[in-house]
Write a new protein. Structure first.
Length: 377
């Protein structure tokens, strides 16, 4: 499943829409059920009500890999180079001076771990204990990029300790006993499971628009993480955003999706809140913001803990082309009407491993350079 490339690599990607030429696609290999931990609410159970732990059954892994491999093949047929991570044994426990956890999860959602900005790929400071060593699956690729591209910068955020001080440890404890309005109110007041003890962020909480990067404050990225990103990217404008009415604010790419210069898509159920003075940033820079079509499904597939708004989690190949999950007919029809060529593939069996098509990928090279799409700040 993995690949160690031998030919020359150039790392360059500044936004979500420039023509894609090189990408990483994750794998389901060795995937495990997510173990219980402070940062994670949802767990899977068998018919007897026992929590599912450890390695996933092989037939589930095979179905996920079939769809991930197909995504890789579709991209290759369009002339896009595809690399794959090297899955490690995710069934191993993690033991540090601050915590113990019985297993890891996997290496399907590359977008969660790696943030590409220009010629740099940054390893995130992830908040899940079970994802503490997930970056290791990508190290063979990053090492090759470093050896091949003299301008490539391989960066890593400060490794979090993930001690109990990094979480409100009883955050999810009583969720089954409280009403939905209480959970929504908690989120709308930006009271999340992580504390401000240390820098925490997932790469998938950031979406790139050239000189401007929008970063979601939520369960997987705290304010200290956003502050660290501002310091790390001093030549960029880092915009903190959050989304109302989202009970589980995890990753930005089911709430805000820049499609091409001047056009973005937002989740109609989750109004975006920007920092004071930035509320009209899109409007005063001539951007049209369209509301995403409703998902085609009312329930998520088994073993998937993410919302039905994975319908928005498609991958833009260039300003005129997107690749989408085939059953999300409403979203696909909307994108067609917006003038995109819509390539559809089956992907719902891969959802269980960490999301949809955008989640499963991480940019290596897109044509273009860093431009200012929001000059009127």
């Amino acid at each position: 499943m993995s690949a160690t490339p031998t030919d020359r690599v150039v790392v360059n990607s500044w936004n979500e829409w420039d023509p894609l030429r090189h990408i990483i696609v994750g794998v389901a290999t060795n995937g495990c059920f997510a173990p219980s931990e402070h940062a994670f609410k949802y767990h899977n159970y068998d018919e007897q009500g026992r929590e599912l732990t450890g390695p996933m059954p092989q037939h589930i892994l095979d179905k996920g890999n079939e769809e991930l491999d197909n995504l890789a093949d579709v991209l290759r047929k369009r002339g896009i180079r595809v690399d794959r991570p090297t899955a490690i044994d995710f069934s191993q426990p993690i033991i540090t001076p601050d915590f113990q956890i019985p297993s890891m999860i996997g290496s399907m959602p590359a977008r969660d771990v790696l943030l590409t900005v220009g010629n740099e790929i940054l390893e995130a400071a992830m908040s899940y204990r079970s994802r503490y060593f997930e970056y290791l699956a990508y190290r063979p690729l990053l090492q090759h990029y470093f050896e091949s591209d003299p301008n490539f910068v391989h960066a890593a955020a400060p490794k979090p300790r993930c001690s109990d001080r990094s979480y409100h440890v009883d955050f999810f404890l009583n969720d089954r006993f409280v009403n939905h309005e209480h959970i929504i109110s908690r989120a709308n007041n930006q009271h999340y499971v992580t504390t401000e003890e240390e820098v925490l962020f997932d790469a998938a909480d950031a979406t790139r628009c050239g000189k401007d990067i929008f970063v979601q404050h939520g369960f997987t990225t705290n304010l200290k993480g956003i502050d660290w990103l501002r310091r790390h990217y001093p030549n960029h404008r880092i915009h903190k955003v959050y989304f109302l009415n989202d009970p589980d604010p995890i990753h930005i790419d089911c709430s805000l999706v820049p499609l091409r210069p001047g056009l973005a898509m937002c989740n109609p159920n989750r109004p975006m809140v920007m920092e004071p003075g930035k509320e009209t940033l899109f409007e005063r820079n001539g951007w049209e913001v369209v509301m995403a079509a409703k998902p085609a499904h009312t329930k998520q597939v088994p073993l998937c803990s993410y919302s039905i708004w994975l319908s928005m989690n498609f991958l833009t190949l260039d300003p005129k082309t997107v690749i989408c999950e085939e059953t999300e007919v409403h979203q696909n029809d909307q994108l067609d009407k917006l003038g995109f060529e819509v390539i559809t593939i089956p992907f719902r069996n891969a959802y269980a491993f960490g999301g949809s098509i955008h989640c499963a990928t991480a940019d290596v090279y897109r044509e273009g350079d860093c431009q200012d799409y929001f000059p009127n700040q």
